[in-house]
Design a protein around this ligand. Structure first.
Ligand SMILES: C[S@@+](CC[C@H](N)C(=O)[O-])C[C@H]1O[C@@H](n2cnc3c(N)ncnc32)[C@H](O)[C@@H]1O
Length: 281
C-alpha cells in the first residue's frame, strides 16, 4: 500500500514547482535525489544523458560529455541514491546504451534484484567501425528485493500491414491471442520519438508507451515515481494517468518549462474529455 507521507527529507527544495499530483524541480539529478527521504519511492526511472556530447536545452544548455570515469562516478552516485530512496520491493528502471547498461547494471549487482534486460528497438541506428548494426537500447529493470507490485501487461499480437493476419503462427491458441499476448522482454513496437511533429523537444524523447508500460508493471495508485532526468516529461504523463505522485527534475530550465506546459495541456485535455462525455445526451 502506497504511503501518503511527505517524501522530502526535510523541507522541499526552494524552487520546487507544484505540478498536478507532484513536484518538478530544476536542479542536478543528485540534488533532487538527495532531497528525498529513504525508502520513499515506488519507481525510480532513469533516462540519463548518454555522455555522447549532446547539448541539452535550446540556449546555453550544458554539453553532455565527460571523461568515462567522471561519467561512471556520476552514474554510480545516481544509482546509489536511487537505491537509498527506493522502498522495499520498489522498482528501478535504467534506459541506456547496452555498453553502459552492462557496466551500470554490474554496480547494482548484490544491492538489487535483477528482473529483466528489456531490449527496446532502435530504429535508424548507424553501423560504426567494425561493429554489428546496433538495433536496441537496454531498459534494465531491477527491484529492491521481491517486487511489491508486478503486473504483466498484455499487448496486441503483431499483424501483417497488408493482410491483417497475425505475423506469427499461434496454432490452436489463436482465439486466446485475440485478447492480447503477454508482454515479452523485447519491445520491438517502440522507438524514440524522432519526428518534430510528434515530440516536445528538439532531441529525441521517449515514446509515451514505454513509460506507460513501466508504470503498468510496477506502479500503484498514490505510489511515488521519481525521475531526475525528466526531459520533456514523458514519465510524469504516465504517472499522472496512473494516479501516481511524482518528484521529477531536470538541470535545464527549458525542459522544466516544456514538462510543465506538457502536463498542463494533458490535464486540460483530460478535463475537457470528461466534461464533453458528461454533456453527451
Ligand atoms: C535523455 S534526456 C531525458 C529524456 C526524457 N526521458 C524524455 O522523454 O523527454 C536526459 C535529460 O537529462 C537532463 N540532464 C543532463 N544532465 C543532468 C544532470 N546532471 N542533472 C539533471 N538533469 C540532467 C538533460 O537536460 C535531459 O533533458
Amino acid at each position: 500500500m502506497a504511503s501518503n507521507r511527505s517524501y522530502w527529507r526535510s523541507r522541499k527544495p526552494k524552487n520546487a514547482r507544484k505540478l498536478g499530483r507532484g513536484y518538478l524541480v530544476r536542479c542536478d539529478a543528485l540534488d533532487l535525489l538527495g532531497s528525498l527521504r529513504n525508502e520513499c519511492a515506488d519507481i525510480v526511472f532513469l533516462d540519463p544523458p548518454f555522455n555522447l556530447g549532446k547539448k541539452y536545452g535550446s540556449r546555453g544548455g550544458k554539453a553532455d560529455r565527460n571523461s568515462e570515469s567522471e561519467y561512471e562516478q556520476f552514474m554510480q552516485s545516481v544509482l546509489r541514491e536511487s537505491v537509498r530512496i527506493l522502498s522495499p520491493g520498489g522498482a528501478l528502471y535504467l534506459y541506456h546504451l547496452p555498453q553502459w547498461a552492462m557496466r551500470l547494471g554490474a554496480i547494482l549487482h548484490g544491492e538489487m534484484t535483477f528482473r529483466h534486460w528489456i531490449a527496446v528497438s532502435m530504429k535508424n541506428g548507424f553501423v560504426r567501425g567494425n561493429h554489428l548494426y546496433p538495433a536496441h537500447y537496454a531498459l534494465l529493470y531491477f527491484t529492491k528485493g521481491v517486487p511489491k507490485t508486478f503486473n504483466r501487461p498484455k499487448v496486441p499480437a503483431a499483424t501483417c500491414r497488408s493482410c491483417g493476419q497475425f505475423v506469427k503462427d499461434y496454432g490452436g491458441y489463436k482465439r486466446y491471442i485475440e485478447s492480447g499476448i503477454n508482454l515479452s522482454d523485447i519491445w520491438e513496437d517502440l522507438s524514440p520519438v524522432r519526428h518534430a511533429k510528434y515530440k516536445k523537444r528538439p532531441e529525441n524523447e521517449l515514446p509515451l508507451e514505454l513509460t506507460n508500460r513501466v508504470v503498468q508493471i510496477s506502479g500503484e495508485k498514490n505510489g511515488l515515481l521519481v525521475d531526475p532526468f525528466v526531459g520533456s516529461g514523458t514519465s510524469i504523463i504516465s504517472a499522472y494517468d496512473a494516479s501516481m505522485r511524482y518528484a521529477v527534475g531536470d538541470r535545464e530550465t527549458t525542459y522544466c518549462d516544456i514538462t510543465e506546459e506538457r502536463l498542463k495541456e494533458h490535464i486540460e485535455k483530460k478535463i475537457l474529455k470528461v466534461l464533453c462525455a458528461e454533456n453527451l445526451p
